[in-house]
Ligand binder design. Structure first.
Ligand code: DGT
Ligand code: CA
Ligand code: CA
Ligand code: ZN
Length: 575
């Protein structure tokens, strides 16, 4: 269920951390880190490659390739096990606390013999960390926050993880004889940013074959409950899956009920009650006589309640019922509306694929335009130079229109400095078609300074999109502290778009922020921020978020025809 590539990525990343903290050389640790990312982003399944095949992946040398082969042959890697054995399990857990990291965790162990999360919270309470080099009051706060994030993340999983797991289950169950319908429900169908458990629904006359299939899947680690109507299992990744099998003639009612949200269902039930009806997962029934009046499709159920079909992404009781009753539901943006991606990387910086391959893959998605936005020089480890950027521009120009007429925009992802300044002087910036500007450092500025910083970036004539605006990493790093309403208003005023970054662990902006920003008049760009070919597909999660924020194509600049997009990129200038 976990992609083999992701498994190897996590393993090599762990190895890099272990090397770093057990006194191995920093160069080796970095090499493993780089290989981890390359394998995670590699389009082909690495479990099927031999040493020679693996060595064709950039950054993967003989010794790394051999470890990968060893892992798939034996299930473990001796070198990783040896390093693990040097560190107590509790300390390894400390290393995974966001905001703490491997180095500090090791320092805590070596200097204070702290080897569990419990001991760490005790030590913070007793102010025993303050005497350590590199720790202070601020660090303590951050660590406590990291522990809280880790505990929350332990309970919910990333949307992408849940989606991939659910798709495998749905594919397996759909192939079984007698399956009339099969789909995910619950928060996953509503495309929530994180998912508590996966709900899957099947319409069939006999339930047992489906229940048996779920419990027998290779990805199933544990059966929690096995029944005729509902079966629950836990996957090898620790995710709970609830499978319900319903009679085909109550499919619509069941799908509506188990999609939720609870808050939305309370509203639909109340409407039913007022009409003298009763709504359950079996259908919509008349109170008197109990005749069933709707149940086959969701459409039918909503129609009988006087409502249009409501997209699952809107079902949160955030005004969708009222809008539906008035006939004013938004025509939310869909993946088919997206005409291009405006934030992507190549192997010129930290992307994994060369320009031509990224462009070909984008064209394969049917895009009308595509922006290449590699990192700018202020992110030092990317080693960007003016010459490299200009050489890439030549290459971009030569590929412009070469794939099915897809137009290319040459851009860059700039870094918003602590005072709101960006890389490069204006005359150099003027040469780009489009610039995304993002916060990549100084996350801890005070609220006022942080707000001023981003507003200044919005006011820059050559900044068109604010990339991953809050910089949060789900379960790992909180968003920056800024007056976001002031930022959103500045975006609206200056004609700067807010990004909806679709990277699975960012999903930034989140739905609540999108709703507020939209009400303040801002426009949006839904971007993959792809660092590899397969990342281009992540755009779907961004679309889910955009829908949850009630956005229509008119709100999203990369659904617009290129002419209208180019006008937006002039930021009011006439040139
Ligand atoms: P999650 O799993 O925490 O991410 O969120 P959901 O929304 O998937 O919640 P879950 O799995 O507990 O239940 C799936 C759906 O089933 C939920 O969205 C609405 C429906 N549902 C579950 N329990 C109740 C209930 O007691 N009343 C009503 N009206 N609906 C319920
Ligand atoms: Ca659920
Ligand atoms: Ca559930
Ligand atoms: Zn980026």
């Amino acid at each position: 269920m976990v992609r083999p590539n992701d498994e190897v990525e996590a393993l090599l990343q762990e190895y890099a951390d272990l090397v770093a903290v057990t006194g191995g050389d920093a160069f080796k640790a970095r090499a493993y880190e780089k290989a981890a990312r390359a394998i995670g982003g590699h389009p082909a399944d690495v479990s099927r490659l031999d040493v020679a095949g693996l060595r064709e992946i950039p950054g993967v040398g003989r010794s790394i390739a051999e470890k990968v082969v060893e892992y798939f042959r034996t299930g473990t890697v001796a070198a990783v096990e040896e390093r693990r054995a040097e560190i107590p399990a509790g300390v390894r857990q400390l290393m995974t606390i966001p905001t703490l990291g491997p180095k500090k965790a090791m320092a805590l162990y070596e200097d204070l013999r702290i080897s569990s999360v419990g001991e760490l919270t005790d030590a913070i309470r007793d102010e025993r960390l303050r005497d350590l080099k590199g720790f202070g009051e601020r660090t303590e706060e951050n660590i406590l926050h990291g522990i809280a994030l880790m505990r929350q993340a332990g309970e919910r999983i990333l949307l992408s993880t849940a989606t991939e797991a659910a798709e495998e289950i749905v594919a397996a169950l759909s192939g079984i004889d007698g399956c009339e319908n099969c789909a995910p429900a619950g928060s996953l169908r509503r495309v929530k940013e994180t998912v508590g458990d996966i709900d899957v629904l099947v319409a069939a006359d006999r339930s047992e074959p489906f229940m048996a299939a779920l419990t027998g899947l290779p990805s199933t680690a544990e059966v929690i409950a096995h029944g005729r109507k509902k079966t629950s299992v836990r996957t090898v990744q620790g995710v709970q899956v609830d499978l319900r099998v319903v009679p085909p003639d109550s499919w619509g009612a069941a799908l509506q009920y188990f999609t939720g949200s609870k808050a939305h269902n309370i509203r639909t039930r109340t409407i039913a009650v007022r009409m003298g009806l009763k709504l359950s997962e079996y259908g919509l029934f008349e109170n008197e006589g109990g005749r069933r009046v709707a149940s086959r499709s969701e459409d039918e159920v909503y129609a009988r309640l006087g409502l249009p079909w409501i997209p699952p992404t809107l079902r949160e009781d955030r005004g969708e019922i009222e809008a539906g009753l008035r006939g004013e539901l938004p025509e939310v943006v869909t993946e088919a509306d997206i005409k291009g991606d405006l934030h992507t990387h190549t192997d010129l910086t930290d992307g994994l694929a060369p320009l031509e391959e990224m462009v070909a893959a984008a064209a394969g998605r049917g895009y009308a335009y595509y922006a290449v936005t590699d990192h700018a020089p202020d992110m030092y480890m990317q080693r960007m130079t003016d010459a490299k950027m200009l050489a890439q521009r030549e290459q971009v120009r030569s590929l412009d229109g070469a794939h099915g007429g897809m137009r290319l925009l040459h851009g860059s992802e700039l870094n918003i400095g602590p005072d709101g300044e960006v890389d490069w002087p204006d005359d150099f910036l003027a040469g780009f078609d489009l610039c995304v500007a993002s916060v990549h450092s100084h996350f801890g500025l005070g609220r006022e300074a942080m707000t001023r910083r981003i507003v200044r970036a919005c006011e820059h004539p050559h900044v068109h999109v604010i990339g991953h605006p809050t910089t949060r990493l789900i379960g790992r790093r909180p968003g920056i502290d800024a007056d976001l309403d002031a930022v959103f208003a500045a975006c609206a005023r200056t004609g700067t778009a807010l990004e909806i970054n679709a990277q699975p662990d960012r999903l930034d902006l989140g739905d609540e922020d999108i709703l507020r920003a939209r009400s303040l008049g801002a426009k949006f760009a839904v971007d993959s921020d792809a660092h590899s070919l397969r990342h281009l597909d992540h755009i779907r999660y961004g679309i889910g978020l955009a829908q949850r924020g009630w956005l229509t194509p008119d709100d999203v600049i990369n659904t617009w025809p290129l002419r209208r997009l180019r006008r937006f990129l002039r930021k009011g200038r006439s040139d």
